[in-house]
Write a protein that binds this ligand. Structure first.
Ligand code: PLP
Length: 381
C-alpha cells in the first residue's frame, strides 16, 4: 500500500506524462517557456486569481512574498508552530523573526483569537515590528480567513496564505490560493498537486506586486536581462515540471473528489474510536493528509509502530512544534499548549485518490486490532 499514491497515479497517466516530457525535450526550451506560461494561466484561472508566478519550490514561494514586502531585520512575522519547518524558515531567511501563535486544537490551524492577543503583546513590548501573518492550511484544511483578514487589516499586517498542503480546497466557495495579499503553494511530489521534482507558485492580484515577484524570480532583473533592480533569487520553475503539472491538472479535480471519498470511508470506520478530522459545511478539504488523534502519546506511538510493523505506511506530522526545534533554541518563545498536545497525539494515515475500499478497510481493522491489544496490555499491568 502506498502512503501518497504517486505510483498509482503514474500508472494512470504515464502515456500522457511521457509524451509531455518528450515534447519539451524535442522543443529544446527548458526554462520559462510555453509550458510555464500555460501553467501560470491554468493555475490563476483555477484558483480565481489575477496572477500566478510559477517558482522553484514552496519554500521559495514563501520567501519571495516576504522579499516583495521588504521584510527583514527588526521585523517579525506571525505564524503557526504546527507546520512544516519551511514556513518559519522562510521568515528567518529574510532576517526577520518568526513569532509563533498557538493553534485551534480542532482545525490544527492558527487560532485567530490568540493571534489578536499576540499582536497586541508584540506592540506593547515594542522590540520587533510586526509586518505579516503567514496562515497555513494544515493537512489541506483552509484557515479561518474571514477572521484573519479582519485582524490583519486592523493592525496593518500583510496576510500570506501558505497553501502548500491545500491546493484544490475551498472555503465559502473560494479556492485556496485566493486568500491574503499573497498565497504560496508547493508542487513537491507528495503534495495534492505534485510534479516530479521541486516546484511551487505564488499568487496575487496586484499587477505591481506580480511584476516585483517576476523580477525576484530571476535575480531581481529589470526590463533587460543584465539590469538588476533588486536582490533576487534564482527561483524559476523548469519546463519539464510545468509540462508534468499541466497533464496532472486535467485529472486534479477528480483526484480531490476521490480524496474526499477516502476521507468519508475513514470517518465511517473510525469515527467513534479515534478523533477524526471534522467536516465543515462551508469548507472542502484537499486532504493532503488524513490525520487522526489519540488520547495520549503512548497509545499514538504504539499504533504508529504497530501499523509500520504490518507494512502499513503512516507518518507523524509533526513530532516537534517549531518553537521547540533546536534551530530556534536561541529564541525565547511562550509555551504553545495546543500545538504541543497535538504533536504528541496525531498520526497521518495513507491518503490519496487511488486507495481502494479494501486498502481502507485493511488500515482500519489493523488499527482497531492494535487498539484492543493496547487496552488488554494496559489492563494486565
Ligand atoms: C511542503 C511545505 C512547504 C515547502 O514546500 P517545498 O516545495 O517543499 O519547498 C511549506 N509549507 C508547508 C505547510 C508545506 O507543507
Amino acid at each position: 500500500m502506498e502512503f501518497s499514491g504517486l505510483n498509482a497515479q503514474y500508472e494512470r497517466l504515464q502515456e500522457e506524462l511521457k509524451s509531455a516530457v518528450v515534447s519539451v525535450l524535442d522543443r529544446g526550451q527548458f526554462i520559462l517557456g510555453d509550458e510555464v506560461n500555460r501553467l501560470e494561466q491554468n493555475l490563476a484561472q483555477y484558483v480565481g486569481r489575477k496572477h500566478c508566478i510559477a517558482v522553484s519550490s514552496g519554500t521559495d514561494a514563501l520567501l519571495m512574498c516576504l522579499m516583495a514586502e521588504g521584510i527583514g531585520k527588526g521585523d517579525c512575522v506571525l505564524t503557526t508552530p504546527f507546520t512544516f519547518f519551511a514556513t518559519a524558515e522562510a521568515i528567518s531567511l529574510t532576517g526577520a523573526t518568526p513569532v509563533f501563535v498557538d493553534i485551534n486544537p480542532d482545525t490544527y490551524n492558527i487560532d485567530p483569537y490568540c493571534l489578536g492577543i499576540v499582536i497586541k503583546r508584540i506592540k506593547r513590548e515594542g522590540l520587533l515590528t510586526p509586518r505579516a501573518v503567514i496562515a497555513v492550511d494544515l493537512f489541506g484544511l483552509p484557515a479561518e480567513y474571514e477572521k484573519l483578514e479582519n485582524i490583519c487589516s486592523q493592525h496593518n499586517l500583510v496576510l500570506i496564505e501558505d497553501a502548500a498542503q491545500s491546493f484544490g480546497a475551498q472555503r465559502n466557495n473560494r479556492k485556496t490560493c485566493s486568500f491574503g495579499k499573497y498565497a504560496a503553494t508547493s508542487f513537491f511530489p507528495a503534495k495534492p498537486l505534485g510534479c516530479y521534482g521541486d516546484g511551487g507558485a505564488v499568487f496575487c492580484d496586484c499587477d505591481e506586486v506580480a511584476e516585483i515577484l517576476r523580477s525576484i524570480r530571476v535575480h531581481g532583473q529589470g526590463e533587460n536581462k543584465y539590469d538588476n533592480l533588486r536582490i533576487g533569487l534564482n527561483a524559476r520553475l523548469d519546463e519539464i515540471q510545468a509540462a508534468i503539472l499541466n497533464v496532472k491538472l486535467k485529472v486534479f479535480d477528480s483526484e480531490i473528489q476521490e480524496r474526499q471519498r477516502v476521507a468519508n470511508s475513514y470517518k465511517n470506520l473510525l469515527n467513534n474510536i479515534v478523533k477524526t478530522p471534522r467536516e465543515y459545511n462551508s469548507l472542502t478539504n484537499a486532504y493532503a493528509q488524513y490525520t487522526i488523534a489519540f488520547r495520549d502519546k503512548a497509545l499514538r506511538d504504539f499504533i504508529y509502530n504497530g501499523l509500520l510493523a504490518q507494512g502499513i505506511p503512516c507518518n507523524i506530522y509533526y513530532p516537534t512544534p517549531l518553537h521547540l526545534q533546536p534551530a530556534y533554541s536561541d529564541l525565547q518563545f511562550h509555551t504553545m499548549p495546543n500545538a504541543e498536545y497535538a504533536s504528541e497525539r496525531v498520526l497521518s494515515l495513507p491518503m490519496h485518490a487511488y486507495l481502494t475500499q479494501q486498502d481502507i478497510q485493511l488500515v482500519c481493522s489493523a488499527l482497531k486490532e492494535l487498539l484492543s491489544q493496547f487496552e488488554r496490555e494496559s489492563d494486565n499491568k
